[in-house]
Design a protein around this ligand. Structure first.
Ligand code: MN
Length: 249
């Protein structure tokens, strides 16, 4: 099986090297990743200029860098390597929980894979505080891939590791009820105003969500879908308002 590995932290991230090392046990691997960090690039593509695809010397793995977004990397990577079945994205240096799924380039790569008829799995870990110990995570990534790789019905999956050695793994749903985006004002060295659009920790956490699982020390596994249609609203709205009778004459 051909497994394409990408991320949004850039081709030289230690997270992608750790993921590639584990993934090599599950098939033929190739890294195609952004040449620089593209965190929070979401599902953007580069449409206004051409892209390059350049061989990059990485230890023990065939790797290429693209001067584009994570979604670009999946498209360009699949173009150069026929028959890719699975795209693994990560290991991201930073959790992708709840609303972060909308901003995440890590998730976008997995979504791009699903859009193109491949499977996509995004893997993230908290990056705040201590230095990341990818060696300690490798047995967990291995165990997860042993389960997720053969589970072909799971076409798009968001995996988040907790900060410390996990107690186990939990199925979760996306915690969209809490929003943690915040604008923080500051000053530059010349006294001019500047702003960070950043996240603040969320105190109250709903049980069964991705954020809850990671907080409790579990690996969170959330199956996602590309179809954003609100089925409940659609059913209610279409019975309440017959748009067929709406006239523009
Ligand atoms: Mn990132």
């Amino acid at each position: 099986m051909r497994i394409l590995i990408t991320n949004d932290d850039g081709v030289y991230s230690p997270g992608i090297a750790a993921l590639a090392e584990v993934a090599a046990r599950f098939g033929d691997i190739r890294i195609v990743a952004p040449h620089v960090e593209m965190s929070s690039a979401a599902h953007s593509i580069t449409a206004s200029r051409p892209l390059t695809y350049k061989r990059t010397p990485l230890k023990d793995v065939e790797a290429y860098r693209v001067n584009g977004t994570p979604a670009d990397c999946v498209a360009i990577g699949a173009y150069h390597w026929e028959g890719v079945e699975l795209v693994l994205s990560g290991i991201n240096l930073g959790s992708n929980l709840g609303n972060a799924i909308w901003y995440s380039g890590t998730l976008a790569a997995a979504k791009q894979a699903a859009l193109m008829g491949m499977r996509g799995i995004a893997i993230s870990t908290p990056a705040v505080g201590e230095e990341l110990k990818f060696d300690a995570m490798k047995p967990w990534i291995n165990r997860l891939l042993e389960f997720l790789v053969p589970a072909k019905e799971l076409t798009l999956v968001n995996v988040n590791l907790p900060a410390k050695i996990p107690h186990g793994v939990r199925w979760t749903r996306q915690s969209v009820r809490h929003y943690d985006g915040k604008v923080v004002p500051g000053k530059d060295p010349m006294g001019r105003s500047l702003f960070w659009f950043t996240v603040t920790p969320i105190e109250e956490i709903e049980e069964g969500t991705d954020r809850w699982a990671v907080e409790q020390g579990y690996v969170s596994v959330t199956p996602l879908r590309l179809d954003l249609t609100d089925e409940k609203q659609l059913a209610q709205a279409s019975s309440a308002h017959s748009l067929a009778e709406l006239s523009f004459a």
